[in-house]
Write a protein that binds this ligand. Sequence first.
Ligand SMILES: [Zn+2]
Length: 74
Amino acid sequence: MKQRRRRPAIAATRPLGNVAGHFTKEGGAKKRYRTPAEAKSAAQLAWTLNGVDLSAYRCEHCHQWHIGKRFRED
Ligand SMILES: [Zn+2]
């Protein structure tokens, strides 16, 4: 029995790690901030409004800043 179609290796086309922090769970790009100060104040706001503890991190993919729960830091 031949396998005619291979499932594309998603992990290969979109490596996890640094790039994962650029996308939301839904697969869209996260909101970007141009400066760490902007990202931090957005994180602060999220904490104030929603009580969620987010951190600002620089994205290796778009070289701007995002906020989010930390991904695994390897
Ligand atoms: Zn990014």
